[in-house]
Every structure is written in structure tokens, then in C-alpha cells.
Design a protein around this ligand. Structure first.
Ligand code: ADP
Ligand code: MG
Length: 310
């Protein structure tokens, strides 16, 4: 089946100027596609450029270079007010720390209704309240929570409020930037399950950002691995777990604890040595198999092919 590309990220760069003459290449020539209805997991250690990628896609930052296409339309560049509103409605973001992304002085009602107001989606106060109450129930909260303030909720509940706020404008694409990293392990699965259910019910497409592979395993159809501003490997989720090729991907995999205590005792962690690479040419993302890309030189590609055939 031919899948439709909802989002196309092409050679995206986001460089920050820090101080007088230092440049941080937070995102440096990153390309990937996200198909309609799927979850694309973006994984990498802290500082690898995941949030910057997400924030640039959604226009919180201007791109230094490259393109982002959403439904074939350019996201960046000059836009009319109406076009901007349309993009804002279609793409929403959920943040890692719900406490700092929810205004503490606003009621849950006003927080969730913000998008409804901006996009004039309700005709009066009664409809506004009814919509918010419905959204609260959709995310597993209670109608009566509408009049409360963010500090009255637990971390998991606050993340549900963040999800309700994003859903209010009926987006087709949601960027979830480490939405479960700040939550207790016992709560993480609940929030992931909620996101999965919402995806199924509403046909949503997700970019799901996480700093470790175990968090994206159960939600992602495909996974992209980021290291220092570059995507180093992209493949279907199973392929990443069964046939990892880039040494950085292997090191991330080796960091996942195993459920079996016997194996766990013998688990060997592999640390990534960025100097192991062939330097005869500039590495780039190359296709090694169906839907599987690795950042490497042509020489390394040949080695990876042999490894894959074994
Ligand atoms: P991640 O989300 O993977 O932890 P980030 O995208 O937050 O990574 O950051 C990538 C790199 O860009 C880091 O080195 C970070 O310090 C730098 N960075 C992020 N935002 C800014 C900014 N606004 N100004 C300057 N440097 C930034
Ligand atoms: Mg981040």
C-alpha cells in the first residue's frame, strides 16, 4: 500500500549563534518523512537536537536552511495570517514538563479553551465549557476539573491537560516532546496508552520524541536515531531493534534493561566511540535496505551490507 507523506523534512538545519562567534549546529542537515497515521519516534541522548528539530518543524524557530513540507505545503517562509492559523491548527505540540507549559494562573477551562478561542471554534460560553468538559473526559479526567488550577493535579494528570489542550483544535499532527520523561514509571504506560488510543480514534499522526529507545518501542512505527544534530539511522521500529547497524544505535540498544534478571546480569553495555568511523569521505544518510537508512560513507555502507546479510 502506498502511504501518504504527511510531513517531509528536507535537509533541515537549525544553527544557533551563541555569544559573539560561536555557532551551535543543533540540527544539521536532517531529512525524514512521516506518513499519515503513523508514529515516528525520534530518539537520542540529551542535547542531540531532538527538541530543536520538533520546534523548528512547528515554526517555533525559523529554519537556518532546508525545508519542511506539511501536506505538500511549505511550513516556513512568508505566510498570511490565515495560512499561519491553518498551520497552527493542524500541528500541535505536547511538552515534556506539563508544569511549566501550563499557565499556573489560568483555570484548566481557560487553558484548554485557548485554542478554541484563537480559532473561533465555539459560538458562546456554554459551548466553550461543554467542549472543554468533553475533552477532559476524552483524556481520562473529570468534568469537574475544569474550574481547578494546574497545581492541583499530579504530573500525569497535568500531562493529560496538555494533551486535551492540544486536541482542542482537532489537529492532524502532534509533536510530543518527551511527554512521559518527567513522569513516574508507573504513569508512563498510561499516558502512552492514552496517546495510542487517541491516535486510533482520531487518525492522528505523531512525532514522538524520547531520549531512550525503550520509551518509543511500543508506540513507534518507525524510528529515527539522532546524534549531535544528525540523524544516524532511520528504519521501521522492528528493524531498528533486530538489525541495528550504526554503532550509536547499537549503544542505545545495549542500554535498555532486559526484563529477564538472568540475562540482565550478563547484559553488556556498548559505549559509542565516534572515532571508529571511516573518514575517507563525508558521511551521509544512505539507504541500505527497504525503508532503512544509515548515516555512513560508501565504504561503511559496504560493510553494513555484509553485516546485514549475515
Ligand atoms: P535535545 O532535545 O535532544 O536534548 P536540543 O534540541 O534541546 O536537544 O539541543 C540541541 C543543542 O542545541 C544543544 O547543544 C543545546 O545546548 C543547543 N540549543 C538548544 N536550544 C538553544 C538555543 N535557544 N540557543 C542556543 N543553543 C541552543
Ligand atoms: Mg529536548
Amino acid at each position: 500500500m502506498e502511504q501518504k507523506k504527511l510531513l517531509e523534512v528536507k535537509n533541515l538545519k537549525k544553527h544557533f549563534k551563541v555569544g559573539r562567534n560561536k555557532i551551535v549546529k543543533a540540527v544539521d542537515d536532517v531529512s525524514f518523512d512521516i506518513y499519515e497515521g503513523e508514529t515516528f519516534g525520534l530518539v537520542g541522548e540529551s542535547g542531540s537536537g531532538k527538541s530543536t528539530t520538533g520546534r523548528t518543524i512547528i515554526r517555533l524557530y525559523d529554519a537556518t536552511d532546508g525545508q519542511v513540507l506539511f501536506n505538500g505545503e511549505n511550513v516556513h517562509g512568508k505566510k498570511s495570517k490565515q495560512e499561519l492559523l491553518k498551520f497552527n491548527r493542524n500541528m500541535q505540540m505536547i511538552f515534556q514538563d506539563p508544569s511549566s507549559s501550563l499557565n499556573p494562573r489560568m483555570t484548566v477551562l481557560d487553558i484548554i479553551a485557548e485554542g478554541l478561542d484563537t480559532h473561533h471554534l465555539v459560538k458562546d460560553k456554554a459551548e466553550r465549557k461543554a467542549r472543554v468538559e468533553e475533552l477532559l473526559e476524552v483524556v481520562g479526567l473529570n468534568k469537574s476539573h475544569a474550574n481547578r488550577f494546574p497545581h492541583e493535579f499530579s504530573g500525569g494528570q497535568r500531562q493529560r491537560i496538555g494533551i486535551a489542550r492540544a486536541l482542542a483544535v482537532e489537529p492532524s499532527f502532534i509533536i510530543a516532546d518527551e511527554p512521559i520523561s518527567a513522569l513516574d514509571v508507573s504513569i508512563q504506560a498510561q499516558v502512552v496508552n492514552l496517546l495510542k488510543k487517541l491516535q486510533k480514534d482520531r487518525g492522528l499522526t505523531y512525532l514522538f520524541i524520547a531520549h531512550d529507545l525503550s520509551m518509543v518501542k511500543y508506540i513507534s512505527d518507525r524510528i529515527g536515531i539522532m546524534y549531535l544534530g544528525h540523524l544516524v539511522e532511520v528504519a521501521d521500529s522492528d528493524e531498528i531493534f533486530n538489525n541495528p547497524l550504526h554503532p550509536y544505535t547499537k549503544s542505545l540498544l545495549s542500554a535498555i534493561p532486559l526484563p529477564d534478571p538472568e540475562y540482565e546480569r550478563t547484559r553488556k553495555r556498548i559505549s559509542y566511540d565516534p572515532t571508529v568511523h571511516d573518514t575517507s569521505e563525508e558521511p551521509k544518510l544512505r539507504e541500505i535496505g527497504p525503508r532503512h537508512w544509515v548515516r555512513c560513507t560508501s565504504k561503511e555502507l559496504e560493510q553494513y551490507k555484509i553485516e546485514l546479510d549475515k
